[in-house]
Design a protein around this ligand. Structure first.
Ligand code: ADP
Ligand code: MG
Length: 237
């Protein structure tokens, strides 16, 4: 079974009287355990697609199954529950809460954990994740006291706190220098190889895409290559 199956998904924005299609019938599969890059020029619809895959937004038309569940027609509350339990997010701008320590940032998504751990268990898990991303000494620091690379490590630890089925990273190295970028990408590769975590990285950077095993190319609202998980291409009619 595929972890992600998207079938003929459209996203149409309404601007006044005008309808603007941004995704124009996207079909896609991602198997459990893949490390894939979503590539393509700016404005092509990568983030729009990622927001749908992450249940931050819903398709205007079409179907999306995540882990066997049809999530294309959930209510906003239903999507929040799925996000909390199944999806880890890493963003270009880190998106940490500024008045909150690294440790508390990592613990934040525990509100959505299922089953919900005790405070103590959740805290132990957050500490272990911060150790794993190399921030054991910094867990009581605020984001402003951390470098960009360290903030992104906190964000990666936060993305993992609820044992997600898939990690979605939208331009995760867009605000980082090349050395720090490599370190973050190596973390994704390690999580994929050692834990079998499914990782999808959105990028317009070829060097970033080259670290993935598969490239899915998005242009002008369509997937122009790499739409199907290896070995699952639909048989032509
Ligand atoms: P990418 O991430 O590949 O750069 P996006 O998904 O951000 O592309 O955007 C694709 C297109 O959708 C762009 O032309 C953008 O202007 C348009 N778009 C994105 N969000 C909205 C919105 N809320 N309303 C109208 N148009 C949007
Ligand atoms: Mg984008």
């Amino acid at each position: 079974m595929q972890l992600i199956t998207v079938e003929d998904v459209w996203k149409i924005y309404r601007l006044g009287e005008q309808e603007v299609p941004v995704l124009k019938g996207v079909s896609l599969t991602v198997a459990q355990g893949e490390l894939a890059a979503l590539i393509g020029p700016s404005g092509g619809g990568k983030s729009t697609l990622m927001n749908i895959l992450g249940c931050l937004d819903r398709p205007s038309r079409g179907k999306y199954w995540l882990d066997g569940e049809d999530v294309s027609e959930l209510t906003p509350e239903g999507r929040a529950t799925v996000r909390g339990r199944k999806i880890g997010f890493v963003f270009q701008s880190f998106n940490l809460l500024s008045r909150t320590s690294a440790l508390d940032n990592v613990m934040m998504p525990l509100t959505y954990a299922y089953p919900r751990p005790t405070e103590r268990e959740g805290r132990d898990r957050a500490v272990a994740l911060l150790e794993r991303v190399g921030l054991a000494e910094r867990m009581h620091h605020y984001p402003s006291q951390l470098s960009g690379g360290q903030q992104q490590r906190v964000a990666v630890a936060r993305s993992l706190i609820n044992n997600p089925s898939v990690l979605l990273a939208d331009e995760p190295t867009g605000n980082l220098d090349s050395k720090t970028s490599r370190e973050i990408l190596e973390m994704f590769q390690k999580l994929n190889e050692e834990e079998g975590l499914t990782v999808l990285i959105v990028t317009h950077d070829q060097n970033v895409a080259a670290t993935a095993k598969r490239s899915i190319k998005v242009m002008d609202g369509l997937i122009v290559s790499g739409a199907f998980a290896p070995g699952t291409e639909p048989v032509p009619a």
